[in-house]
Design a protein around this ligand. Structure first.
Ligand SMILES: [Zn+2]
Length: 232
């Protein structure tokens, strides 16, 4: 670890999220592990509490043993340490450095993450692949196996009304794409059923998938995205 960077990160990013007990315990854990090249450390707070700080609770006394264990659990719930187990000498604890805690990532790192809802899955060739993968390489409508020469990304609701979001795009075979045109997706699938392309079971399955799709439930598996909070 880089001690200078650690102290800067600790004060700038962690301290505002920790009470004074948590700060002193966290620093002690770091002192006994990462600062001396170990990933974790066993700490018995019956004695270690005397090396933390005094006056944080009752004036001029160290924190009680119980408070120490409570605060370790609270550090754990904040994602700053991992409790690996209890041993006869105490608690085995593995701390995380601020740089290892995702919720403390600098804002420019967070900015690289884009909202799934804002991604264009039509114009961007890489993003098109995510739609094909989501369909497990089968035509969304007729369930034909797709390959590089017969597949297209198709708008369920045609443009200009329909957009390029994952909830309006499917991977389809060229035949379905040509035939469907501006026809409503459900009507088109009923046609496929009448023609015997889809069984009754297939039709039921496809109908439920189109509902899920339009509701935004069929999310492609894209790394580096977050789900936009509801209402934004
Ligand atoms: Zn098809």
């Amino acid at each position: 670890m880089d001690p200078k960077q650690f102290l800067l990160d600790f004060h700038d990013r962690m301290v505002p999220l920790l009470d004074v007990y948590e700060q002193s315990i966290y620093l002690y854990i770091i002192r006994m592990s990462r600062l001396i090249g170990q990933d974790d450390v066993v700490i018995g707070f019956k004695s270690a509490r005397k090396q933390l700080a005094f006056g944080v609770g009752k004036a001029n006394t160290p924190p009680s043993e119980r408070i120490c264990y409570d605060k370790v659990r609270s550090l754990e719930s904040k994602g700053f340490v991992k409790v690996l187990g209890s041993e006869w000498k105490g608690m085995r604890i593995s701390p995380l450095l601020p740089s290892e805690i995702p919720s403390l990532a600098p804002e420019d790192v967070i900015a690289q993450f884009v909202a799934l809802e804002d991604m264009d899955f039509f114009e961007n060739p890489e993003n098109r692949m995510f739609i094909r993968e989501r369909e497990k390489n089968l035509c969304f409508y007729c369930q034909t196996q797709l390959n590089d020469s017969n597949y297209v990304i198709e708008h369920v609701v045609s443009r200009p009304e329909g957009n390029n979001s994952y909830s309006n795009l499917v991977a389809a075979c060229r035949t379905c794409n040509n035939r469907k045109g501006d026809i409503d997706a459900k009507d088109f699938m009923r046609t496929l059923y009448r023609e015997g392309v889809l069984s009754q079971e297939d039709l039921k399955d496809r109908m439920s998938h189109i509902e899920l799709l339009l509701d935004g439930e069929l999310k492609p598996n894209v790394a580096n995205t977050y789900e936009a909070p509801v209402g934004q």
